[in-house]
Design a protein around this ligand. Structure first.
Ligand SMILES: [Zn+2]
Length: 229
């Protein structure tokens, strides 16, 4: 019988690569995307395209409106930083941090995993992209995995031993792009930009665009998506 895994799929480069790795590891994928009240819809559209291209068993979209809290440039009307260099990006936790987002996302993934009988959850967090997001660190993931096995019926009864997989956590963006390219990920389907223009074209200047472009450049590969600049 095939193994099932829940994969958090944002529509970005990292989650697409993570899903491809899970697929290559032999899992049947149950993709989960979250409409968390982000300012634009393009990443959710991208998540649908990526899920389809990977042939997932099911793709579920859950709505949890974190814009009710705001507190982030991704969920409130605040300016997204542009044209920052490596030093500026690595100085503190940026305004694009969404309060407790990965805790919320992993909790949703855990609930979905329990229902579909999946022990394994994949999330494309990365600890080396300068962001300093507290919920992208290995310590956080380890603690969440402990919680997962205390929090569910399946965990307590011992029918499932939950594991949180973070295959990208120690990879550079260039290594992520190379790995995904080897696995045949179609990066033209993904969306990364925090602040795209109205037709969805990426700005090329926010931290997410900067890191993505640098990753492709360092990998010696061409980024297939379009940019405004
Ligand atoms: Zn951008």
């Amino acid at each position: 019988m095939s193994k099932r895994a829940v994969v958090l799929l944002s529509g970005g480069l990292d989650s697409a690569t993570t899903a491809a790795i899970a697929l290559a590891d032999g899992f049947d994928l149950y993709a989960l995307s979250v409409d968390y009240g982000q300012r634009h819809r393009f990443e959710l559209e991208a998540s649908r395209r990526v899920a389809e291209s990977l042939g997932v068993k099911r793709h579920v979209l859950v709505r949890v409106d974190l814009s009710a809290f705001g507190g982030s440039a991704l969920t409130a009307n605040m300016d997204v930083p542009k044209d920052r260099d490596e030093q500026a990006m690595s100085a503190g936790i940026p305004i694009t941090y969404v309060p407790a987002r990965n805790t919320v996302f992993l909790s949703l993934a855990l609930g979905h995993a329990e229902v579909v009988g999946a022990a394994d959850i994949f999330i494309g967090v990365n600890a080396v992209d300068y962001s300093g997001y507290p919920d992208c660190r290995r310590e956080f993931i380890e603690q969440f995995e402990r919680l997962a096995n205390l929090a569910t019926k399946a965990g307590v009864e011992g029918t499932l031993r939950h594991r949180i997989h973070t295959p990208l956590i120690d990879l550079t963006k260039a290594e992520i792009v190379r790995r995904g390219t080897e696995l045949g990920v179609d990066y033209s389907l993904t969306h990364t930009c925090y602040d795209p223009c109205a037709n969805g074209v990426s700005c090329g200047r926010c931290d997410a665009c900067t890191l993505r472009l640098q990753g492709f450049a360092d990998a010696g590969l061409q980024d297939p998506i379009e940019y405004q600049t």
